[in-house]
Write a protein that binds this ligand. Structure first.
Ligand SMILES: Cc1ncc(COP(=O)(O)O)c(C=O)c1O
Length: 396
């Protein structure tokens, strides 16, 4: 076969790179303990699996309308009715995952030459999704010192006349940060002042500890679209199903038009599975959350007792994002040292430059394994605290 030169590929393909989270995963041996990938170690509720299977047997193996099954959309609208009572099935578009929903909204709002404000550190797909549209991702830092919440002054310093949209993500991947109603209102006001679209990624809204989820819906601003996913809510990362929701019906018609050209529609029978889970297993996410809660307490206690490491106790999602203080060491080199001893975690820099100086641990394994992994991490960090850093930092 003739060799292709890089010139053959589009600028957008060349502008995006694989993420560091995946690279760690690919380097891991088969017996490694995984605290790397962000997926629950649970199975979807049986109600969902059975309804999915039954729907296939009943012949639901066809295209659906682009926006998805009307009963499912109506059920979803009902979930958010306390915040936006006017919502109906028309305000919901089923997508093939939260990832698909992020891309869809970037494609709907952004033109080449625009820019979009994106948290740093963040879910590593946001920047490339903006790049794919030809827009410029502009990153706003969410620092440890500020509990991973952006300051309005910092946002004001970044916004300009070409800024079209801002992505918020609470509870956050990778930091687990959540916001109060007052913080939400300030962030909403910032967007309103600059007439920005808000893309609010709330896929972890059901994995939240000790407080209620604060949504950007119902805040009285109509340029808001919510990214949602059933990946985390019902532990179905491999199913690939989520949705976009907005009270703004004009926006929804753009989103649905775009969705047609991206995937035509989501999976027919699977939508029946999700509908049954919503109707018959409404407590499933809270039960899973309770298991994460115990793990969160354990991993934070263990990490905070280690030398050179400190972490906030996150109030949402299933990640902890400790800061480390080992002069000269990068997060990639520390993650690689930990990996050599058989534990996979993610270097903070995989989530953006503001993530350097941190590691991300996804506590998606049981408490015994977390304890065993923490013994190893502690041993490696003890060693690192007494060792000089590598002469050349490893580049991912
Ligand atoms: C913040 C955030 N948004 C969106 C997603 C995408 O989820 P999915 O594509 O599985 O629906 C993830 C997955 O890790 C995430 O962490």
């Amino acid at each position: 076969m003739a060799r292709l030169g890089m010139a053959e590929f589009s600028d957008r393909a060349k502008a995006i790179q694989p993420t560091g989270v995946r690279k760690m995963f690919d380097l891991a041996g088969k017996d490694a303990i995984h605290l790397g990938l962000g997926e629950p170690d649970f199975q979807p509720p049986n109600t969902a699996i059975e309804a999915f299977y039954q729907a296939m047997k009943d012949g639901h193996n066809k295209y659906t309308t682009t926006a998805g099954l009307p009963e499912l959309r109506a059920e979803i609208a009902g979930l958010w009715a306390d915040l936006e009572p006017s919502l109906t099935e028309d305000n919901v578009c089923i997508t093939m995952s939260g990832t698909n929903a992020v891309l869809n909204s970037c494609l709907c709002f952004l033109n080449p030459g625009d820019n979009i404000l994106i948290p740093d550190p963040c879910f590593p797909l946001y920047g490339p999704h903006a790049t794919i549209t030809g827009a410029e991702p502009k990153f706003y830092p969410c620092t440890f010192e500020n509990e991973f919440i952006p300051t309005i002054d910092c946002l004001e310093s970044l916004v300009d006349e070409r800024t079209k949209a801002i992505i918020y993500n609470f509870p956050s991947n990778p930091t687990g940060a959540t916001i109060t109603v007052e913080q939400r209102d300030e962030l909403l006001d910032f967007a309103r002042r600059h007439d920005l679209w808000i893309i609010t990624d709330e896929v972890y809204d059901r994995i939240i500890y000790n407080r209620n989820h604060v949504s950007f819906l119902g805040g009285g601003y109509d340029k808001v679209v919510m990214i949602q996913s059933f990946s985390k809510t019902f532990a179905m990362t491999g199913w690939r199903i989520g949705y976009l929701l907005s009270a703004n019906i004009e926006l929804m018609s753009e989103v649905k038009k775009m969705q047609y050209y991206i995937t035509a529609c989501s999976t027919d029978a699977m939508q029946y599975g999700v509908l049954e889970a919503l109707r018959r297993s409404p407590y499933y996410p809270s039960e899973m959350r309770d298991a994460f809660w115990e793990r969160r307490d354990l991993i934070c206690r263990r990490l905070n007792a280690m030398p050179g490491i400190s972490c906030h106790v996150p109030e949402g999602a299933f990640y902890v994002f400790p800061k480390f203080d080992f002069p000269g060491w990068t997060s990639v080199d520390i993650a690689l040292e930990i990996l050599k001893e058989g534990v996979v975690c993610s270097p903070g820099s995989a989530f953006g430059s503001a993530g350097e100086g941190h590691l991300r641990f996804a506590y998606t394994i049981d408490v015994e394994k977390i304890d065993a992994a923490m013994d190893i991490v502690e041993m490696v960090l003890e060693r690192i605290s007494k060792s000089p850093p590598p002469e050349q930092p490893t580049l991912f």
